[in-house]
Design a protein around this ligand. Sequence first.
Ligand code: BT5
Length: 232
Amino acid sequence: MIGSPHRHVEECESTQLLLGTEHPEGAIATTDHQTGGRGRRGRTWVEAPGTAVLVSVLLRPPPERVAPQLSLVGGLAAAMAAEDALGLAAQIKWPNDVMVDRRKVAGVLAEARDGVVVLGIGINVNQTREQLPLEARVPAASLRTVDGRERDREQVLDLLLAHLDRLYGAWREGGLDAVYEDLGARDFLRGRRVTVDGAAGTAQMITRDGRLAVETDSGSIEVESGEVAFER
Ligand code: BT5
């Protein structure tokens, strides 16, 4: 069951550092504030103290599963939690951003080490516009900037963990196929003009194995990981 044991600290460098091989599958760490919140590729994740859901989950995926797909599974869980909280649709911008109204409300970081995966999820809940990063690669939003309401972060965390528990269980059993319908229905990039690693084209879809299919001017490619810039 994802969510137990649960360790909460008021402040830490990053919740990703609070979990390791000594913890059982499903253990989580949460905090009110990170002093060195991590994004992907050495980037940082920032938040004003007490405004966000910041959680890491310890997972031991079976060897036959493709661990990088967990960032999509985590993103799907965060998208569904945002949808429940807002009553609005959310999308997943491959590979790890959760979008509402074309803005990023949550990010996911899957780090594999020593046979375990530490899956980190940050959801912007109660930040005001001024508390969100201005210079973000993808424009940022919080649930509060979307509909003006402040929320109990615990409730958003509970929604997230319930979705993640169900989706991770399905993925463990059946791989990405088992959650593909829900994922494909929330594909933000589908049909958009994108640039991936210097190649320009139109995103076709997230494939059944978790890649991004792009139709470029010089043919179809499937991207396994990388940065995607999109035109608004
Ligand atoms: C991510 O990276 O989106 C992964 C974020 C994962 C955060 C969670 S919080 C709990 C756990 N503990 C951690 O230390 N990390 C995880 P990436 O796609 O690289 O996006 C990072 C970029 O998003 C930054 O370079 C900024 O431009 C922007 N950014 C930073 N903070 C943001 C925020 N709160 N909301 C939206 N965008 C943000």
